[in-house]
Structure formats: structure tokens, C-alpha cells
Design a protein around this ligand. Structure first.
Ligand code: PHE
Length: 338
């Protein structure tokens, strides 16, 4: 019988050395578990002389309640401690004033806004088209049939839906606009385009702004005037502009537009490869076949179109020498523009 007092003392001293819930669980199993000391004592009731069994049972129950109570107390104590510890670790000072981070516009956005504003001031409307485009709008309707070598000029990303691709230029928006609206048309279409190209001056995704004017009287001189005006406003100087004959399947005649190198003022540098000139856009009179494809009567109407490379203009405007900087999202770079 005196063993019970000893057992109580054992529990007490054991619990005083417990410092975690995991350790406590071990003590709990040792005393209150299915194969624990107290279960064992209850089983042994058969070995006790009958007249003492009542008293023995009472003592075992008492011990059980004693153990349960002490273990519960210890458990609460440990849980409290754990909570305090957690609160201490996760403490935040709610009285600290918030850090004010002021956002800034991405240089491509700044450049696009600048281009759009200039053309709007000249009476152009803004049109949009999807980036996942119909293959016939991107190529066939623009006088680039399947198997035509001109398709190789723009290495294409195809998508796994028959007849669709990632548009390789903004020119399909010309088609969309002419199918939707009757002339006179005077629009620009800014947006993302995709090509399988990747080096310091080419990115698989980049931006263009398309331009299209269709009416009864437009000719090459109008096109030349609009493009020269645009470039002078964009660079805010009266810079030299030259038109070089070129080839695009959807324009005839076609030209590429060069500006006098803004980096070296035409003295010759790495950027202009010592030529003094930089190519900034393509343009031309809309090919009659393209107008016909869109149901526009070529006896009455003519058009001109152009396509500007936005990254190219942004690099020249801000003096950036690697196209990849636009897409790395390094805040130190991006924050220089607003
Ligand atoms: N779509 C042509 C390109 O991406 C540019 C262009 C547009 C040329 C309109 C002429 C007229 O290369």
C-alpha cells in the first residue's frame, strides 16, 4: 500500500523534468497508456486478498486521477509557454509607418504611350487585334501564301490549334480593320508580336505599332510626310530620315526607313555599325491584292502602311544597349523611367 505514495512522488519528480509536449507524451504513455503502470496495477487486483481489494481499487483510482490531473496541468503549462514563444517570434510593430513605394511606368509603356499620342494628334484611331491570331490573317490575306519563301522572313511560333499562331507582326490588324470598317481608314495598332529569335538585339516577344491609311487619294508623298513628322516628334529633333527601297509581300512599292544615328550624330559608331544610319521601320503602299482580299475596290482606293519596332525606338530614345534589360524586371533599371 505504501507503494502508492512512492508512485505519486515518482510522477511528480518525473514531470518536473519534462520540458516539451513530446516528452510529456512519453510520461503519459508510461503511466496512463494501455500497457502502462496503472493498467498493470488494475490487472493485479486478482492477486490481492479479497478483504483488501476494495481499498486497493480505491487507491489505484486515486493514483489514476492524481496522474491525470498533474499531466493535464503540465500540458497546459507547456502549451502556454509555446504560445508565448510563438508570439514573441512573430511580433510586429504595428505603429511603424508604412514604407511608401511609388510605382513607375515600364520604359516600353512610356515609349508606346509616346508613339500613340503622336499618331492620335495626327488623327489616327487606335485598333487592337489578338496575339493568338488566325494564320490566314497573319499570312495568306497579306499576300504571303503557304510555301511562299517570305514566310521564312518571320520564324513563327505555331499553337496546337489548326490554323492559329502567335502573330509575327501587327499587320494582321490591318486585315481585321479593313474587314470591319469601310474607308476612309486611318488607324494604328500597338501590341505584342512573337518570333523565334533570341539574341542581344532580338527577343522572342517584342512590340510593334502598325499604321494603316486607306482613302481615295493617299500616295507615297503622304506616307513619307506622316513618317517623317512622327520621327521628328518622337525624337524631338529635326533628324535626317531616309527611305530605302525594300520588299514586303503586302506593300508595293516597299521601303525601310532609316534615321541619322542618334547615338553618334552620324559620325559612325558601334550601334549604327559605322554607317551613320539606323533602321527603325518598314512601310509601303498597300498591295492591291491585300485591299482586294478585304473587299476594298482598288479602282477607288489606295493605302499606305507602316510598322514600327517599339523596342528599337525605346533603346534609341533612352540609350539602352541590350533588349533583354526590358524583360528582366530589375527594379533598379525600371525605376529610371516614368
Ligand atoms: N509587318 C512588317 C514587319 O513586321 C513591317 C511592315 C508593316 C512593313 C507595314 C510594311 C508595312 O516586318
Amino acid at each position: 500500500m505504501e507503494n502508492f505514495e512512492k508512485l505519486k512522488e515518482d510522477i511528480k519528480s518525473l514531470l518536473s523534468s519534462v520540458s516539451s509536449l513530446k516528452e510529456l507524451q512519453k510520461v503519459k504513455v508510461k503511466y496512463l497508456g494501455n500497457k502502462g503502470i496503472i493498467k498493470d496495477l488494475l490487472k493485479r487486483i486478482k492477486e490481492i486478498p479479497p478483504q483488501e481489494r476494495r481499498e486497493y481499487g480505491k487507491r489505484v483510482n486515486e493514483l489514476k486521477e492524481f496522474a491525470e490531473k498533474l499531466i493535464k496541468e503540465k500540458e497546459n503549462q507547456l502549451k502556454n509557454l509555446e504560445l508565448k514563444e510563438k508570439l514573441k517570434k512573430e511580433w510586429v510593430d504595428l505603429t511603424v509607418p508604412p514604407v511608401r513605394t511609388v510605382g513607375s511606368l515600364h520604359p516600353i509603356t512610356v515609349t508606346l504611350d509616346r508613339i500613340v499620342t503622336i499618331f492620335k494628334s495626327m488623327g489616327f484611331e487606335v485598333e487592337e487585334g489578338p496575339e493568338v491570331e488566325r494564320e490566314d490573317y497573319n499570312f495568306d490575306m497579306l499576300n504571303i501564301p503557304k510555301e511562299h519563301p517570305a514566310r521564312d522572313m518571320q520564324d513563327t511560333f505555331y499553337v496546337n490549334k489548326e490554323g492559329y499562331l502567335l502573330r509575327t507582326h501587327t499587320s494582321p490588324v490591318q486585315i481585321r480593320t479593313m474587314l470591319k470598317k469601310k474607308p476612309p481608314i486611318q488607324m494604328i495598332a500597338p501590341g505584342k508580336v512573337y518570333r523565334r529569335d533570341d539574341d542581344p538585339t532580338h527577343s522572342p516577344m517584342f512590340h510593334q505599332v502598325e499604321g494603316l491609311v486607306v482613302n481615295e487619294y493617299v500616295n507615297l508623298r503622304h506616307m513619307k510626310y506622316v513618317i517623317e513628322e512622327f520621327l521628328k516628334h518622337f525624337f524631338e529633333t529635326d533628324l535626317p530620315v531616309r527611305f530605302r527601297t525594300s520588299y514586303f509581300p503586302f506593300t508595293e512599292p516597299s521601303a525601310e526607313v532609316d534615321i541619322g544615328c542618334v547615338i553618334c550624330n552620324q559620325k559612325g559608331c558601334r550601334v549604327c555599325k559605322n554607317t551613320g544610319w539606323l533602321e527603325v521601320m518598314g512601310c509601303g503602299m498597300v498591295h492591291p491584292k491585300v485591299l482586294e482580299n478585304c473587299g476594298i475596290d482598288t479602282d477607288f482606293y489606295q493605302g499606305f502602311a507602316f510598322g514600327v519596332g517599339v523596342e528599337r525606338l525605346a533603346m534609341l530614345l533612352f540609350g539602352i544597349d541590350n533588349i533583354k534589360l526590358f524583360y528582366e524586371n530589375d527594379l533598379r533599371f525600371i525605376k529610371q523611367f516614368f
